[in-house]
Ligand binder design. Structure first.
Ligand code: SF4
Ligand code: SF4
Length: 411
């Protein structure tokens, strides 16, 4: 049974009472992945950051995070199964009292590894599909993996794991939402996460091709609503409308430095998994600084905590405690300044940019397409090297839309 009460440290000093401990640790074990998804949220320059923490270093991260109070742990990547020490890490996490979730493409999840992960105490598995059809699934990942994923889903259930089936949605597969739900039901998934694309990383590079139309979203929402009524509690379906179609931003990561602590493969500690795209921030590394100091003391985790950093219109806005100004990465990508209001908000002076992107998607529905950009090492290195809008920032890169003449994508 998961023990969430032990291993916690005393609260931080009284001088910083507002900072609560992290609850959710995301361990991105590697950026390596056998798939090449066009919407991957890994940094577009991931190929420049091949260094990975050792097993011992990851074990230290788990112990420190649990001591801080983190209770939920996701093993992610890239593809975490490419680490042959995954079972060692899961076993330690279980002994520490974490609730553990494996976030995987399913490639490499053999019966042997499922047995070992079960014995190590893994609690939950999230399996991703790109679509309900072999053709589109295999196209979007640039691999022939659809049939293998289906076999893996059956094995996961055969081993008695609770399963989340995850499918990232965009203009190519939104018309298939009903079939994706049917697939999840057939596979016995307890949860289905229909994750509308967030436009960071490779999805940002392919935004012009992936952005759906408002009509596609409305139709998909109606299908989801119908299924929810029909299936009751058989499978819980999550469907969140993408930011670009809203007039208020979401409370991103439940607030910067609020509950989420992400560790990149090389040990960089991140307040959200795309924070490396932001300029002017140095993200401390767990090999050099303790997690406690990172969480409570570092500039990276304090910069956008709470509301003290806000500029107008957020500073004097009566809604600021509800959304905390939205997403810092989106603010930077669309305005060039991460301290601006998220331009999804219609109080932002830059909201027109969001409207223009959506309008462009409507117009493009009847126009010719340009090719999508697949996530692979060659493209990663090319983007980092060539693109005039890429600014080297520490170990990450930033691609901003703001300013005259800026392109619609980084491809
Ligand atoms: S989104 Fe696709 S390419 Fe990216 S880590 Fe997941 S499976 Fe790999
Ligand atoms: S102005 Fe800022 S705080 Fe107010 S609703 Fe918009 S994003 Fe939220």
């Amino acid at each position: 049974m998961t023990n969430l009460t032990v291993h916690t440290q005393p609260a931080p000093p009284a001088s910083k009472p507002a900072i609560e401990p992290p609850l959710w640790l995301l361990a991105e074990l590697t950026y390596r992945c056998p798939l090449h998804c066009v919407f991957c949220y890994n940094p577009v320059n991931y190929a420049d950051h091949a260094r990975e923490l050792s097993t011992e270093q990851w074990l230290d991260v788990l112990r420190e995070a649990r001591a801080l109070g983190a209770a939920q742990l996701g093993f992610s990547g890239g593809e975490p199964l490419l680490r042959d020490d995954l079972e060692v890490l899961v076993r330690e996490a279980r002994q520490l009292g974490f609730y553990t979730n494996l976030i995987t493409s399913g490639i490499g999840l053999t019966d042997v590894r499922l047995d070992a992960l079960k014995a190590a105490g893994l609690d939950h598995i999230q399996l991703s599909f790109q679509d309900s059809t072999q053709q589109l699934n295999d196209f979007l990942s640039s691999t022939r993996t659809f049939d293998l994923k289906k076999r893996v889903a059956a094995s996961i259930k055969g081993h008695g794991f609770p399963m989340v089936l995850n499918c990232v949605l965009h203009r190519f597969n939104l018309p298939h939402v009903g079939r994706i739900i049917e697939m999840a039901l057939d596979m016995g998934a307890e949860y289905l996460e229909l994750a509308n694309t967030q436009y960071y990383g490779w999805a940002r590079a392919n935004r012009a091709q992936l952005m759906p139309t408002a009509e596609q979203l409305r139709e998909a929402e109606a299908v989801v609503a119908r299924y929810r009524k029909e299936i009751g509690g058989r499978c819980t379906i999550y469907f969140v409308v993408p930011d670009y179609f809203e007039t208020r931003p979401k409370r991103c990561m439940n607030g910067w430095g609020s509950v989420f602590l992400g560790i990149a493969p090389d040990g960089a500690a991140l307040p959200c998994h795309t924070a490396r795209s932001l300029p002017g921030l140095e993200f401390p590394n767990v090999t050099e600084v303790s997690l406690r100091e990172i969480w409570y003391e570092s500039d990276a985790f304090n910069r956008f905590r709470g509301v003290g950093w806000m500029k107008e219109p957020c500073r004097s806005c009566e809604e600021r405690d509800r959304d905390l100004g939205g997403c810092r990465c989106q603010a930077f990508l669309l305005t060039g300044d991460p301290a601006n209001a998220d331009p999804v908000c219609d109080k932002s002076q830059a909201h027109e940019r969001v409207i223009q992107v959506v309008k462009a998607a409507e117009a493009r529905a009847v126009s010719n397409e340009r090719p999508v950009l697949f996530r692979n090492d060659a493209n990663s290195r090319k983007i980092a090297r060539d693109h005039s809008q890429v600014r080297a920032v520490g170990t990450g890169i930033a691609i901003a839309d703001a300013g005259p003449g800026s392109p619609g994508g980084c491809a």
